[in-house]
Design a protein around this ligand. Structure first.
Ligand SMILES: C[S@@+](CC[C@H](N)C(=O)[O-])C[C@H]1O[C@@H](n2cnc3c(N)ncnc32)[C@H](O)[C@@H]1O
Length: 248
């Protein structure tokens, strides 16, 4: 009982730390910066990539939506997800970090078009999830700390083997590494475990440090079944540098 309460509390602390990152002062300062107030691409072709990334991050964090639902997702990476999902046709997509359910609904809509598969989405809280996502027949919400609810997720997956995982939760080093180690056995050979926001301090200046990038490196150093498939970063902007982990 005490252990359950402690873990629940730790989950909430992680979520609170995450929301503090969302309103990172650096991002707000950046949007205010005069030199980008009226940014017009074709007149600013000399803009440094580092500045473009910060501008995109500000746009994602401040007003990115899917079907009107606030969604914290790089649209470039979501296109890559679409390519992977079309090619691999997962039976189950496990999304870790639901937030308001925008990305969950977008994934379910992709699966609708394929006529195949479902999404299990995990979060420490689901009270913010939009009704349309909550009611979608391909979506199952599992509430709780990702590592705590792993047995429930495994039970829900049952005999389905073709699993894709998208980790988009706290982005703290320890939590990301723990999630990678706990959930990676679910990925079949040839499948992907995608870790989001490894761009923190490896492209943008905000977010946890160490964060997902360092957790990926630590995970790969001790797990030779996975490689970072950098061919998925060919756009070449990504919010998941080194984060497309392919099971050999
Ligand atoms: C980046 S948001 C998810 C964004 C969403 N995937 C999207 O693209 O719009 C991160 C979410 O992870 C949740 N979270 C943080 N720590 C968690 C943990 N340990 N287990 C499960 N969810 C967690 C937070 O509550 C928050 O809703």
């Amino acid at each position: 009982m005490m252990k359950m309460l402690k873990n629940k509390l730790l989950g909430y602390v992680a979520a609170l730390r995450y929301y503090r990152i969302v309103i990172d002062k650096q991002i707000r300062k950046y949007i205010r910066e005069k030199r980008f107030a009226n940014y017009v691409m074709e007149e600013r072709l000399d803009t440094r990539l580092a500045d473009v990334l910060e501008l995109m991050q500000a746009r994602i964090m401040s007003r990115s939506t899917y079907h009107g639902i606030k969604t914290l997702k790089s649209p470039i990476d979501f296109w890559v997800y679409q390519e992977i999902i079309f090619e691999k046709r997962p039976e189950v997509i496990v999304e870790i970090g639901t937030y308001q359910g925008g990305s969950t609904l977008a994934l379910a809509h992709l699966l609708d078009q394929l006529g195949h598969g479902r999404v299990i989405s995990i979060d420490v809280r689901h009270d913010l999830v939009a009704e349309i996502a909550r009611r979608h027949p391909r979506i199952t919400l599992i509430t709780g700390d990702a590592c705590e609810v792993y047995p429930l997720v495994k039970q829900s997956i049952g005999n389905e083997k073709n699993v894709l995982i998208i980790e988009d939760s706290a982005h703290l080093f320890d939590i990301t590494l723990n999630i990678l180690r706990t959930y990676s056995p679910l990925i079949p050979p040839g499948g992907y475990f995608i870790v989001e926001d490894s761009i923190c301090h490896h492209g943008i200046k905000s977010g946890p440090n160490p964060g997902p990038y360092e957790a990926i490196e630590e995970f790969l150093a001790g797990n030779h079944d996975f490689v970072s498939d950098r061919s998925q970063e060919s756009f070449p902007i990504t919010w998941s540098p080194k984060g497309y982990l392919l099971r050999k």
